[in-house]
Ligand binder design. Sequence first.
Ligand code: SF4
Ligand code: SF4
Length: 151
Amino acid sequence: MAFWEEKTLEQMSTAEWEALCDGCGRCCLIKLEDEDTGTLITSDVRCQLLDGDTCACTDYPNRQTKVPDCIKLTIDNVREIPWIPVTCAYRRMAEGKGLAWWHPLVSGDPNTVVDVGVSVKGRTFLETEVDPETWEEHAVDWPEYEPPEVL
Ligand code: SF4
Ligand code: SF4
């Protein structure tokens, strides 16, 4: 049985915890705050360290030094941060849903997370190349959907 099927988040090793990420890149998008309501809106602007094609952090070991507001997901905060997408592997595990069929660990194919539209690959703009005056135009209602069981 695979480790994600027999272990809880609490029981996983550091390597297993890290392997759980599906690489969608959605948690590395800049959040915009509605000044009137305080509501956080996700944008299509990516963190300066996120590679827009691989959706990987380009300096993962030093990410919190270089990007002070980079949030390190933990067993505790993954249950508390409201903007973690419903598709996120950590959130799914915390909610007892297990990994979806399109998760690369399950499918064996790193592209299935792209094929179902969960990945932000090729759909974002780099933070340092976006005029702050235009950020409101980058508010994106990324789908909070559960991809279909099969495509
Ligand atoms: S949203 Fe979750 S699964 Fe996607 S990149 Fe972030 S931590 Fe990984
Ligand atoms: S520093 Fe890296 S892990 Fe943190 S938000 Fe930016 S790209 Fe994502």
